[in-house]
Design a protein around this ligand. Structure first.
Ligand code: A3D
Length: 320
């Protein structure tokens, strides 16, 4: 059987890391696409030259032509502009919406059967627009945010408790932004929910609240440190986890920006929810029950996402 083909649209910081990880994990042959001439070619060659030492079998190539992504099984989209200090994710909206239009058209023309994972910010609006521009089935287009947000939450929790990150599960719902909803009640250490760990004296409510806030601000914390761009190692690793679940039909239960059509009382747009990712793409949206406070946080997050989608419609007539 031929190797799967993975197209990476955008060969910047995240795109290059995605290519490296996909090669190391031998997920398939990789095509890096970018409008910046030489960048995707250079990164592809550099990674290919690491193959003999890293001992992977995967073809790496770079291109400026959408024709070269033909027949891709997975497309991961990072094309666009990243945040600089002082910019919010929403500041990127106008610029990246235009990018989504060209990317959506390119995927529709050359890789219409692909599973598409969008990473470009502002995520929940860009994944919605990318789906609209591409016309692909809703279950084949999703956004990466929840895996990253919950990984950050898990990392901070594992640090606080001095336990392995492997035994910490965390749950983050809603949009990828300041209104994201880390759900403490559904987050556990080896099955013990966080509120119980507070009662057991493992941490205090104040410390837990601070970790929740640090998770919400996780992206900005990295932007503040790097000064010239935003996070890329953890975002790339998160998207690779999603791509692998699709390619290997693992049916992982992963939070991602998925099209919600009825669940959570919502209809017709993208928001961060738990999903099952398998060979069918987003095979299921998992609907959990929320208490009053959680529902209020989720509602305000949904409101923020709806605002961004409305803004997109205001910018591009074809989206209305
Ligand atoms: P960066 O290193 O700037 O790479 C973006 C690449 O896109 C550059 O190489 C550009 O040349 C390329 N590009 C621009 N326009 C086009 C186009 N029309 N077609 C093809 N390529 C194009 O950014 P990055 O890799 O650090 O980040 C990429 C995106 O991911 C940004 O929008 C970030 O805000 C976003 N991001 C999202 C998350 C989430 O968790 C959702 C996390 C981190 C970054």
């Amino acid at each position: 059987m031929a190797r799967p083909k993975i197209a990476l649209i955008g060969a910047g910081q995240i795109g290059g890391t995605l290519a490296h990880l996909a090669a190391l994990k031998e997920l398939g042959d990789v095509v890096l696409f970018d409008i910046a001439e030489g960048v995707p070619e250079g990164k592809a060659l550099d990674i290919a030259e690491s193959g003999p030492s890293a001992k992977f079998d995967a073809r790496m190539s770079g291109t400026q032509s959408y024709a070269d992504i033909a027949g891709a099984d997975v497309c991961i989209v990072t094309a666009g502009v990243a945040r600089k200090p002082g910019m919010s994710r929403d500041d990127l909206l106008g610029i990246n919406l235009k990018v989504m239009k060209s990317v959506g058209e390119g995927i529709a023309a050359h890789a219409p059967d692909a599973f598409v994972i969008c990473i470009t910010n502002p995520l929940d609006a860009m994944v919605w627009a990318l789906r609209e521009f591409s016309g692909l089935p809703h279950e084949k287009v999703c956004g990466m945010a929840g895996v990253l947000d919950s990984a950050r939450f898990r990392h901070f929790l594992a640090d606080e408790f001095d336990v392995s990150m492997k035994d910490v599960t965390a749950f983050v719902l809603g949009g990828h932004g300041d209104t994201m909803v880390p759900l403490v009640r559904y987050s556990t250490v080896a099955g013990i929910p966080l509120p119980d760990l507070v009662k057991m004296g493992w941490t205090t409510q104040d410390k837990l609240d601070a970790i929740v806030q640090r998770t919400r601000d996780g992206g900005a914390e990295i932007v503040g440190l790097l000064k010239t761009g935003s996070a890329f190692y953890a975002p790339a690793t998160s998207a690779i986890e999603m791509a692998e679940s699709y390619l290997k039909d693992q049916k992982r239960v992963l939070p991602c920006a998925a099209y919600v059509d009825g669940a959570y009382g919502l209809k017709g747009f993208y928001v961060g929810v738990p999903t099952v990712i398998g060979a069918g793409g987003i095979e299921r949206v998992v609907e959990i029950s929320m208490n009053k406070d959680e529902q209020a946080m989720f509602d305000s997050s949904v409101k923020a996402v709806k605002g961004l989608v409305t803004a997109c419609k205001g910018i591009d007539d074809s989206l209305s």
